[in-house]
Design a protein around this ligand. Sequence first.
Ligand code: NAD
Length: 482
Amino acid sequence: MVSRVIPVQPFDLVIFGGTGDLARRKILPGLFRRFCAGQMPEKARVIGAARADMDTAGYRAVVRDAIIEFSDETPDDASLGKFLEHLEYVPIDARGETGWRELAKLVRADVVRAFYFSVGPSLFADLAERLNQHGLTDEDSRIVVEKPFGRDLDSAKSLNRDLAAFFHEKQIYRIDHYLGKETVQNLMAVRFGNMLFEPLWNSQYVDHIQITVAETVGVGGRGEYYDKSGAMRDMVQNHLMQLLCLIAMEPPSKFEPDAVRDEKLKVIRALDEVEPHHIVRGQYEASEKGKAFRDEVGDSRSRTESYVALKVGISNWRWAGTPFYLRTGKRLKARSSEITVVFKELNHSIFGDGGEHRNVLSIRLQPNEGITLGVTIKEPGLGGMRLIDVPLDMSFADALGDEGVDQTDAYERLIMDVIRGNQTLFMRGDEVEAAWAWTDPIIRGWEARGDVPKPYECASEGPGDAVQMLARDRRVWRKVSP
Ligand code: NAD
């Protein structure tokens, strides 16, 4: 089974910050893969725009090196050469006049125009204003903005206002790359494309849901930024919140951008306030594998969390009474992102084996994307009716064969959606604001209480307090395993 590739319309994609880390690691290698897959039309162009003073030939050399460095497979030289011919470069100053006239001359009016703001959010307002001032956009042009979209409700509102001054909501694509992952879309297909799950998808049948995003890396070179942010702002407000929304939302009437986003927004608005004893914050300590969090961020008294676990309730008809446990952290035992739906025990077991058997649906985002359903069966062999739980493994690689597994990276999928004008997998302004409105009081609460994060060992599953939080509810976390 080979995935179908439908070429998009001709486009000019301007990448502000086209020499930066994100552009070199993700955006440009992703575009190259789309080019190789035949999705980039002949007339498509990618225009790097950044502060570095270089010409198009210099930029092509930078991009060539980046693609070679950051592609999983060694790129084919001829294809790479052809892709680079689609590239242009303009040195530009987001805050000054340099480069804008040149860019205006370069960008064509008869193709889709998209402007990727791969720069810090402090430049969003300047870019939006200058794009408008130099007549680079029309009603059909799109802008793509990166996280972090604000650090609290006020700053998110201010960014939304800055963009809304020059662009309609229909033109603004706020990226959360988690939404571009294959399994995240599969989560919607599993929920809304099968008769099997949706009738059971509520508090009557679901005991609880766990969402885990575990990383093995520490803060690395992002120490200064991360110390001002922490796991709650960096991961929960956006990525985990989006996963929670897709798991918990009502079925939209159609798979269309606003229908989906309306339902996600309703979930965020139904989230309960989180009690202090339902929050565990952690910070990793030094080990032979690496430095302590405080040493990495260069602040021996930092109270920023590199780990957070929360028990979250949703006050609506479907979910009241079913807790959602969220956790994310750095320097944990394994890199693993997983959503687990733990169903309730049977009302009555006719087998009387005394065992506790539950169905568990586990959706793995990374690594080894796939879905596993734990079912109870009879243990094979003679000797009576003994029950065991076994996984029905729907690993996509096994079911579809290697060619059927779509290796498209989240970024390239999302960029192609921008060109197609499909906003389904992008966050709407009101969604982002609602997420901050829920997050802000949690952060303000622990700041006011002066909470200090609990230390945890590197390569562990996080602080013991998180285990205790579930133990109080007679539940256990899923193992953090690769
Ligand atoms: P970076 O520092 O590596 O690159 C910044 C880019 O912006 C450079 O190309 C630079 O020339 C350009 N730039 C800076 N000031 C400018 C100005 N005044 N005028 C024109 N261009 C200017 O940053 P990055 O890591 O590529 O991140 C870019 C954005 O994406 C940030 O908001 C970051 O938070 C976000 N982001 C990055 C990653 C990542 O993996 N790097 C992941 C998610 C989100």
